[in-house]
Design a protein around this ligand. Structure first.
Ligand code: GLN
Length: 202
């Protein structure tokens, strides 16, 4: 079986945890900070962190347009939390200067779970992840407000989608990289492998 090379966008956020989770899931993981590094990966993770900061740094590092181009060309990308926000075609309440890479036909509400629930954990049953619920760690987490026809909702909490997929793009409101459970990263690694075999991730 091929070992896909999966980058982690390393501008801000919990980069190290995603690198470790990807290695645990059988991928070869590397940091991506420059367009040349982006060009060398078969898939990409956009980590949790602060989406406005990641957005501004992506523009400053000259990565925003290359990211959009590769997503449009079919690069598989997984975004957790702030990364989910980065993959949304639209955010409800962007901060000034905040842009997204886009790619998933959805509207996302930042910090949606509210003040008293800024951080919480919930058992999340997720389509495509076998072996029981994953431990969902939610930290000032977004939820998905609405989705287009091509978006598959994989999991919900309190009636709000918290995991979605559109073709090779995967996003979760929560942070599986913080739990030591690599099943979500294994699902994404399998998606990257499928794209490699099909030749759709170029
Ligand atoms: N609330 C953060 C944002 O808007 C996301 C938080 C997270 O990634 N843990 O980017």
């Amino acid at each position: 079986m091929t070992t896909p090379v999966i980058g982690v966008l390393a501008l801000q956020g919990d980069v190290r945890e995603h690198l470790a989770a990807l290695e645990g899931a059988g991928a070869q993981a590397r940091q991506v900070r420059r367009p040349e590094e982006l060009a060398g990966v078969d898939g990409l993770v956009i980590p949790g962190g602060e989406s406005t900061t990641i957005s501004k740094l992506a523009v400053a590092f000259g990565l925003m347009e290359p990211l959009r181009a590769r997503v449009a060309a079919g690069l598989p990308v997984y975004g957790s939390c702030a990364g989910m926000i980065m993959l949304a075609d639209k955010i409800l309440d962007p901060r000034s200067g905040q842009e997204t890479v886009g790619g998933i036909d959805m509207i996302v509400r930042r910090n949606a779970f509210g003040r008293q629930n800024e951080s919480f954990e919930a058992a999340v049953e997720m389509i495509g992840v076998e072996g029981g619920a994953v431990e969902g760690v939610f930290i000032r987490a977004p939820w998905v407000e609405s989705t287009g026809a091509r978006v598959e909702v994989l999991a919900e909490v309190d009636g709000h989608p918290v995991a979605v997929r559109q073709d090779g793009l995967l996003a979760t409101s929560f942070h599986p990289e913080l739990t030591g459970d690599h099943r979500v990263h294994r699902l994404f690694t399998a998606m990257v492998r499928d794209a490699l075999v099909a030749g759709t991730g170029a």
